[in-house]
Design a protein around this ligand. Structure first.
Ligand code: HEC
Length: 183
């Protein structure tokens, strides 16, 4: 008898729970924190860090994941000279894609340097900037890469617009332009 009563009360309780379901209005949620996300903000304040903000700089000496490779040459005249003397392209002739290099060059560089690299881009024609012709410059594979990476004087860096492979493709294209100009 006692067990029957137990079964019946459990059954009544279950039916009770199930009959609370009503599709026309919001239903009960048991343990809502299992369903509802906590609204953290990306840059909110946080006690977890000594300076009180969530956004932290990466630990010193670490590098980002993905196809990022550290660039060992510094943004100084010495770094430039060193890159100019010894830095070589990792691409061999089968990996160089001049069509692709041309496309990127014309997007990022031609506005100043001109499509042929003779220094007569739209901005140069308006005399807003004077990049000069590649033909007249003492540049090497390494120095071109260094210039794209850090910029040079009034030319800014293009390291953010082009990834490593793309930079080397553009370097190859600049070398081709220089060769064509000095033919
Ligand atoms: C806003 C205009 C501008 C753009 C865009 C620009 N450059 Fe330049 N670039 C210059 C100027 C100005 C100089 C001359 C800097 C100097 O030597 O004082 C220069 C110099 C250079 C040099 C010669 C550096 C040396 O060692 O003397 C190279 C190579 C070069 N640019 C490549 C590029 C490439 C590749 C791009 C595209 C990714 C690019 N530039 C985009 C303005 C520009």
């Amino acid at each position: 008898m006692k067990t029957a009563l137990k079964y019946i009360s459990v059954l009544v309780l279950l039916v009770g729970f199930v009959s609370c379901q009503k599709n026309s209005r919001p239903n009960y949620q048991y343990m809502p924190n299992m369903y509802q996300p906590v609204g953290y903000e990306a840059y909110q304040e946080s006690d977890a860090f000594s300076n009180g903000v969530e956004a932290q700089l990466p630990a010193e000496g670490t590098i980002p994941r993905g196809d990022f490779l550290p660039f060992d040459y510094e943004n100084t005249t010495e770094g430039y000279d060193l890159a100019k003397a010894e830095l070589k392209s990792p691409l061999d002739s089968t990996q160089v894609d001049l069509e692709n290099g041309k496309e990127m060059y014309e997007i990022y560089c031609a506005i100043c340097h001109g499509k042929k690299g003779a220094g007569m881009g739209t901005l140069a024609k308006k005399e807003l900037i004077i990049p000069g012709s590649y033909a007249a410059k003492d540049i090497t594979t390494g120095s071109i890469y260094h210039t794209i990476y850090y910029g040079k004087n009034s030319m800014g860096s293009y390291a953010n617009q082009l990834n490593e492979n793309e930079r080397w493709q553009v370097v190859a294209y600049v070398e081709k332009l220089k060769a064509d100009l000095t033919k």
